[in-house]
Design a protein around this ligand. Structure first.
Ligand code: PDD
Length: 286
């Protein structure tokens, strides 16, 4: 059986039932997290938990569990799923009502759902040749900092990128790069790593934060500044970060090669730093 967590209980995915009047289903009135699991342990838990609390509070939902309860429930789910290297997807919606109504009533019980996700297959071609991505207009709303399940724009933009044979779409608002449809962006020029500042137009990515921290300890200087789309093309290297793909080197943006047109030395250095960090975590360093 594929175990899932629903409202306090672990059950098989086939058994799990959610009302069609759930506001998550009707209005995407819900938030979510995707948390990496490494050697059966939640990796970067505090950072993901902090963002979960932030998203809940941004849409006016009371956290249904304490941090210890979350850890307990997710730990049980991971164990039932057989552990290993996975990810956990969790979602909290505002819950189901008797009638569909935009109005938010008081006292609805939230729907809490979680499942494990298998690891993405490794992509040696990506490491060797880098990713080709496309620039698309950012048509999303103005609260992209909330990890909301309302991802229709992201999904359509990703579909457009897929149609162009691209790995990801990097989104551009008024000439400024924001982020990918499901990733953040970092540009390397000289010894400086630049990434767009946190704000309503991007999701504050947990992976990006760790890559920047590792980058700083590798001696790079860090700048949180807006990047113009035309400036991005002049970077030595461009990387995408996300929980699912971790660190992806970009070799081409639209028709323009980035740097040498291959994954660069900065990427390799940061990737090794990431592996060292992961090994330290596996050895029990929190
Ligand atoms: N998405 N920006 C967007 C719009 C994202 O959806 C994601 C991740 C990120 C990277 O955030 P993090 O490093 O914390 O995963 C940035 C997840 C993985 C998803 O929707 O599956």
């Amino acid at each position: 059986m594929t175990p899932v967590f629903l409202n306090g209980q672990i059950m098989s995915r086939e058994e799990a039932r959610i009302s069609p009047l759930d506001r998550g289903f009707l209005f995407a009135d819900a938030i979510y997290e995707v948390i990496p699991i490494f050697r059966s342990r939640l990796f970067l838990w505090s950072e993901h938990y902090h963002r979960l609390e932030r998203s809940l509070s941004a849409i006016g939902l009371v956290n249904p569990y304490s941090e210890a309860e979350w850890r307990h429930h997710l730990g049980t789910l991971i164990e039932k799923a057989g552990g290993g290297d996975l990810a956990v997807y969790l979602q909290v919606s505002r819950g189901a009502e008797e009638v569909r109504d935009h109005h938010i009533s008081e006292g609805i019980a939230p729907t809490v759902f979680a499942m494990t996700l298998p690891p993405l297959p490794s992509d040696p071609a990506l490491e060797q040749t880098g990713a080709r991505i496309v620039l698309l207009e950012d048509i999303r709303w103005h609260r992209c900092d909330i990890k909301s399940t309302a991802l229709l724009a992201n999904v359509l933009l990703r579909h457009e990128a897929d149609g162009k044979g691209a790995f990801e779409a990097l989104l551009v608002r008024d000439g400024w790069v924001t982020e990918g449809t499901s990733s953040n962006v970092i540009a390397l020029k000289g010894a400086t790593l630049t990434t767009p500042p946190d704000g309503p137009q991007i999701l504050p990515g947990v992976t990006r934060e760790l890559v920047l921290r590792l980058g700083a300890s590798e001696g790079f200087s860090i700048r949180r500044e807006r990047i113009r789309a035309d400036e991005l093309l002049k970077a030595d290297e461009v990387w995408l970060t996300s929980t699912r793909r971790i660190l992806a080197p970009v070799s081409q943006v639209d028709d323009h090669p980035i740097g040498s047109g291959r994954p660069g030395p900065g990427y390799r250095r940061l990737w090794l730093a990431w592996l060292r960090h992961l090994n330290a975590f596996a050895a029990g360093v929190p």
